[in-house]
Design a protein around this ligand. Structure first.
Ligand SMILES: NC(=O)c1ccc[n+]([C@@H]2O[C@H](COP(=O)([O-])OP(=O)(O)OC[C@H]3O[C@@H](n4cnc5c(N)ncnc54)[C@H](O)[C@@H]3O)[C@@H](O)[C@H]2O)c1
Length: 270
């Protein structure tokens, strides 16, 4: 158990799975009280229960982050439960594999609402609480897709570009209020989202090997790798850092062309 987040309260969206779950677990081990915000009720309730059983402070709040009334209510519930709010982590996200001309308007709106509008709503209804503290934190989850594109995911790539720039904008507008805002940009990370994405291929294992050939470190990242970067931005270890991003990608963005040494290690069979 650490003490980096002692006396802090965090609201974490997407906390019923993958990175959000990893962030919630690490935050509570560092002393934070955490609201796990998600639409997946059974998983969210179970994770919050496990955290409490291990001595952590956690509550699950059902909330569709596209819905303004639900986001506002989740912020109010967090403050009622734990007496304040210091950190907002926007981690909820979805991906769609479709070309632009195949997307329905509803698909586009859904993706933008989950990945981008949710950040707007979290700040709109969370900022007054954050401003009550001398120091507060916002961490948004972008992607390597905030910097480079990939095929067949145009709405996702557009959304992650927006997440990066929105993070900078939030950083500027609330810096004088003691609120720092930064963006964590993961590469290929072993979460239910990645596995679902790979399982859309005829041979998921081959699809994964193909993707990892592009990663110098040769392995997928873990949710815990990403959580550690979010922790850094959510405490005074990163004092003075705002409006920036941290790429956690095993070297993915470092090279346009790169000779693979053939040492790639893979995750467990899918
Ligand atoms: N896994 C990767 O390789 C990868 C890489 C780069 C960025 N990311 C980003 O990381 C973040 C977390 O992804 P993950 O891989 O842990 O995925 P995940 O699917 O395991 O978790 C995402 C969570 O968001 C929740 N969610 C989706 N829509 C929601 C809504 N409307 N309201 C509330 N919650 C909602 C889901 O229920 C789920 O629990 C996402 O923003 C994703 O785009 C993932």
């Amino acid at each position: 158990m650490g003490t980096r987040l002692q006396h802090q309260v965090a609201w974490i969206s997407g906390a019923a799975s993958g990175m959000g779950e990893g962030i919630a677990r690490l935050f509570t081990r560092e002393g934070a009280a955490v609201a796990l915000v998600d639409v997946q009720i059974a998983r969210g309730v179970a994770i919050a229960g496990e955290i409490r059983a291990e001595g952590g402070r956690a509550v699950f709040i059902e909330c569709d982050v596209r819905n303004e009334a639900a986001v506002r209510a989740s912020m109010e519930q967090t403050v009622r439960e734990f007496g304040g709010l210091h950190t907002i982590v926007n981690c909820a996200g979805i991906v769609q594999v479709k070309l632009l001309h195949e997307l329905d308007e509803a698909d586009w709106d859904q993706l933008m609402d989950v990945n981008v509008k949710s950040i707007f709503l979290s700040i709109k209804h969370g900022i007054a609480h954050l401003k009550k503290n001398p120091r507060s934190y916002v961490v948004n989850i972008g992607s390597i897709g905030s910097f480079i594109s990939q095929s067949s995911t145009p709405a996702y790539i557009a959304s992650k570009g927006a997440v990066l720039m929105l993070s900078k904008s939030i950083a500027l507008d609330y810096a004088a209020d003691g609120v720092r805002c930064n963006c964590v940009c993961p590469g290929i990370t072993d979460t239910p989202m990645l596995r679902k994405h790979l399982n859309m291929n005829k041979d998921p294992g081959a699809a994964l090997r193909n993707r990892l050939r592009r990663v110098p470190m040769g392995v997928p990242l873990t949710a815990h790798d990403i959580a550690k970067a979010v922790l850094y931005f959510s405490c005074e270890d990163s004092a003075g850092v705002t409006g920036t991003s941290l790429v956690i990608d095993g070297g993915y963005l470092a090279a346009a062309e790169w000779e693979h040494p053939g040492k790639t290690r893979f995750m467990e069979p899918l």
